[in-house]
Every structure is written in C-alpha cells, then in structure tokens.
Design a protein around this ligand. Structure first.
Ligand code: PXP
Length: 243
C-alpha cells in the first residue's frame, strides 16, 4: 500500500491568520496519525509564515509515526534539521514571494551543494529526498547527489487533470519514475493531489510508494474533521500497492 504523508502547513496558516494559538498543528498531526497517516510533513520556511520552530520541536517529540521536514538547502535549515533529526528530509526550492512551492528544485544547477547537504542530513539519520519536476535530467542529478529518492512535483498534473494535456503529463511522470527506479531511487509524489486526481496518478505511475498531501485534505477536514478526511485518502492509498 502507498504510504500517506499528511502536510499540516495549512493548519499553521490558519493559526497565523490570527497570530494566536489556534488551531494547533500538533493536534492535527495526532488526529492524522490516529486516522492512518504514515508520516507527518511540514515545511519550516525562512520567513516562518506557517510552521515555526516550536511546531517542529513539538512534532518531533509527540508524533509516533515519521517526521518529514521539507526544507530549503540553506545553512540555517540544515542546522535546524541536524538538531531536530527528522526521519525524512525533503529538499525543496524556496522563493520568498511565492504562495506555495512553485517548481521543483533545480538539482542539475547545484549538484555539489545538494550532495554536501544530503551527506550531512544522512549522517544525522535522515532519509533524504529531492522535490523535483518530473524530468530525467533532474532525476539523474538527484542520483548523483546520493539521495534516497525523489518526490516528483505533481502540480502541473493537478492543473491539467481532466484536460487534453493530462495524458502527456502522466507520461512525463511515468517516465521520470521509471528512470528513478532504474537508478535505485525511491519514488514519492506531491503537490496539488486530491481525492479525484490521486487514484489516476497511482494507477498510472506504479513506482510511487509515498504521496505527501496537504491542501485538499485540510480543506476537506473543515467539513468532516481531520480523522475522516485523512481516512478517506488512506482508503485511496490502500487501493494501490506502490512497487
Ligand atoms: N510536497 C511538497 C514538497 C510540497 O512543497 C507541498 C506543498 O507544501 C506538498 C507536498 C503538499 O502540497 P499540497 O498542499 O498541494 O497537497
């Protein structure tokens, strides 16, 4: 069955709207775990616009599954990860002005820096992944960095889902996943995934063993609660084996 990571950044975004203590991301994480999440994902951004250092420390202490820290490849974030010791470190690009992570990390442009970061993180016990656009060059550059796997950016797939470009984007993802698998890399996917497009993705790209999903699940949770919303996605993930 495909592993399900729940991204709780959006709970923190709601909290930051008032600058107080509610809702607590850690509470959402515990609910998500009880409903079958395999890991809790969060992104401490340079500007701390949603998840902050306190959240990360609490998560590390309280959650009983695995912690996936999405992080920019900066000295500050590497130092934080070395202190927190997440189970997964997912290296992402970060632009201050973007609403959310817009594109994949350009690994080809920065192999030596990313390789050095991956080495440090691995020595601290993390499994390391690069969040990349589904392109062969990025997959192969990731392999050169010695990471454990790649998280394929599914934002474009989510955008064209149900449109003419859907097949072409699925082919791009399938081909990148194939290349990654052949290079011995684990394949994850994330960004823009929801209850409607995830089944098609998992059916079309059987190499995917883990998805990281935030916005659609937290949005649904407003109406049905976190446990129910996670449980529904859990059922979808359970329908696919993940090779
Ligand atoms: N994976 C990565 C690397 C991300 O940056 C994000 C967005 O924070 C997600 C997964 C989850 O995306 P979404 O919130 O669209 O489900």
């Amino acid at each position: 069955m495909v592993r399900l990571g729940i991204n709780i950044d959006h709970v923190a975004t709601l909290r930051q709207a008032r600058g107080g203590r509610e809702p607590e991301p850690i509470a959402a994480a515990v609910e998500a775990e009880l409903a079958g999440a395999d890991l809790i994902t969060c992104h401490v951004r340079e500007d701390r616009r949603h998840i902050n250092d306190r959240d990360l420390r609490l998560l590390r202490e309280v959650i009983q599954t695995e912690l996936n820290q999405e992080m920019a490849v900066t000295e500050e974030m590497i130092a934080l990860a070395l202190e927190i010791r997440p189970d997964h470190a997912c290296l992402v690009p970060e632009k201050r002005e973007e609403l959310t992570t817009e594109g994949g990390l350009d690994v080809t442009a920065d192999v030596s820096r990313i390789k050095a970061a991956a080495q440090k993180l691995k020595m601290a016990g993390a499994r390391v992944f690069t969040f990349i656009d589904p392109e062969e060059t990025q997959v192969l550059a990731s392999a050169r960095c010695g990471v454990d796997g790649v998280e394929l950016h599914t934002g474009r797939f989510a955008e064209v889902f149900g449109k003419d470009e859907e097949d072409a984007e699925l082919e791009r993802l399938a081909s990148a996943a194939e290349t990654a698998s052949r290079a011995g890399l684990e394949v994850h996917a994330g960004h823009g995934l929801n209850y409607r497009n995830t089944p098609l993705l998992l059916e079309s790209v059987p190499q995917i063993v883990e998805v990281n999903i935030g916005h659609s699940i937290i949005s649904r949770a407003i109406f049905v609660g976190v446990g129910h919303a996670v449980g529904e996605m859990r059922s979808i993930c359970d329908m696919f084996r993940g090779e």
